[in-house]
Design a protein. Structure first.
Length: 414
């Protein structure tokens, strides 16, 4: 049995730990510099808030979202600044300002700072649990955070993932079919007449059409909600948009690079083809020599390497045959296996597909960070307008944090 030598030295007293702690120390001067950068950051967006009181409230709310408040809703933000609650609450929930214009300025800003032709546009649906049933679009749905079905609103977010970092680009509230048809509830939540029911994959294509010409990118990424939808993948191919999309392990695939089965004696069939099988069954049948070790990112103890394999396939979803795509299978050092469909208007290498897929996790982490640090899920609004107002202000705060991370990493890489 191994024995552990007790040295009496705390982990925090280790020379390497002391160096990291010294590097992470934040000085008063650094905080003041960050505060000055925030003033300049907000100043860029103020012209899109047309009235003086709107501009004042915009400053208050963004600073409140970036503060250390435990709950970043209108009341604690107003109390922290010593101002009346109602004007701040009205500004977020029903103020007459154009959140789409503000988001347009944010996207322009993102491209200026980190525009990259090799970047990825990443779609990420997110659920927001709600206790009541009156908030716009709320319905019982699966909530990953709670691990069960619950009353939730669902927002579809678009993120931008590059080698330098990541940033938010857009947000839209999903309106379920029964909500879209209910005129009484629509009126109560001030849903614009132009908003109709759309499946989330159609919402994603609309968002893509709105931004793909103005935002440089190479890939479109999304989870298996979108990957298993044939019409979404068809929409991307029609737009010549390369993609890496997650799919379930049960996806039916036909390996187009496998040998055809031998013809039975006496058989008159001329078109014997490789049969369909589950993606997980295909992957488990592959010999060790077909898997390739691909480094995906740098870890604390060196590069993190995944095992990857890719082959040309045809898919079958609900008896519908798909076109030629690539099946990418990844196996992490922990033994987790994931499955993805890849397509591009050029010949994709295995390394390129693996690196592209890795960008999706940047955006998952980004929006989780937004919930924790920028108040993305700290809202008490019920209307359609209020939801988009709050998300716009939170995404502004999150975008500021993304830029601050770039500044700090440049100064202190560790």
């Amino acid at each position: 049995m191994d024995t552990i030598q007790v040295t009496g030295t705390s982990l925090l007293e280790h020379p390497q730990a002391l160096a990291l702690l010294a590097d992470a120390r934040v000085t008063v001067r650094q905080v003041e510099e960050s505060a000055r950068r925030l003033v300049g950051f907000v100043q860029r967006y103020l012209p899109w808030f047309y009235r003086k009181e709107q501009r004042g409230n915009a400053r208050i709310v963004i600073q409140g979202l970036l503060s250390g408040l435990e709950r970043k809703t209108a009341e604690p933000i107003a109390r922290q600044r010593g101002v009346p609650r109602k004007p701040v609450q009205f500004f977020v929930g029903a103020g007459k300002w154009d959140d789409e214009a503000v988001m347009g300025e944010l996207r322009k800003h993102v491209v200026e700072v980190m525009g990259d032709p090799a970047a990825a546009l990443v779609f990420d649906p997110s659920t927001f649990p709600k206790k009541g049933t009156h908030s716009c679009g709320v319905a019982r749905t699966w909530c990953g955070r709670l691990g069960k079905k619950e009353n939730c609103q669902v927002g579809l977010f678009l993120g931008y993932a590059t080698k330098r970092g990541q940033a938010p680009l857009d947000r839209r509230l999903y309106l379920p079919k029964d909500w879209a048809r209910d005129h009484k509830r629509r009126a109560a939540c001030h849903v614009p007449k132009s908003v109709k029911f759309q499946e989330r994959w159609r919402m994603a294509l609309d968002m893509l059409d709105a931004h793909r010409q103005s935002i440089p990118h190479r890939w479109v990424l999304a989870d298996d909600e979108f990957g298993r939808t044939q019409r979404f993948r068809l929409g991307l191919r029609k737009r010549k948009e390369a993609y890496v999309l997650d799919v379930p392990c049960s996806t039916q695939v036909r390996d187009l690079e496998a040998r055809r089965p031998p013809r039975r004696p006496g058989s008159k069939s001329r078109h014997l083809v490789v049969p369909f099988r589950r993606a997980e069954d295909w992957a488990s049948a592959q010999p060790p020599g077909r898997w390739h070790a691909i480094p995906v990112k740098q870890g604390e103890k060196g590069p993190i390497v995944v095992q990857a394999i890719m082959t040309r396939v045809q898919t079958r979803f609900d008896s519908r045959l798909g076109p030629q795509e690539w099946l990418l299978v990844l196996r992490t050092p922990e033994g987790e296996i994931s499955y993805h469909l890849v397509w591009a208007p050029w010949e994709v290498t295995l390394e390129e597909a693996v690196q592209a897929h890795g960008r999706r996790h940047q955006i998952e982490q980004l929006f989780e960070y937004g919930k924790g640090e920028a108040g993305l899920d700290h809202y008490e609004v019920r209307s359609y307008v209020g939801w988009h107002h709050h998300m716009t202000l939170s995404l502004l705060a999150l975008w500021f944090l993304c830029q601050e991370r770039l500044v700090q990493e440049k100064k202190r890489p560790r």
